[in-house]
Write a protein that binds this ligand. Sequence first.
Ligand SMILES: [Zn+2]
Length: 72
Amino acid sequence: MAKKKTKSLRCPSCKTIVLAKDPEFPFCSERCRTIDLGKWASGAYKVSTAISDPEVLESLIDENGEARNKPS
Ligand SMILES: [Zn+2]
């Protein structure tokens, strides 16, 4: 007995049921695929900014120290 199974998932962007045979699977449309990729890109950007923050702070402290050493 062969079971006929239709694979389907919910679109990550709009939660619409999408069948595995859909060309944009697991997204319901190209538009939702672009929206989801944009979310990931902005999330990754935030993370990398947080990681590089200490370096930025260090250079700011350097500049402040130099200014403080100036005789007034
Ligand atoms: Zn969608």
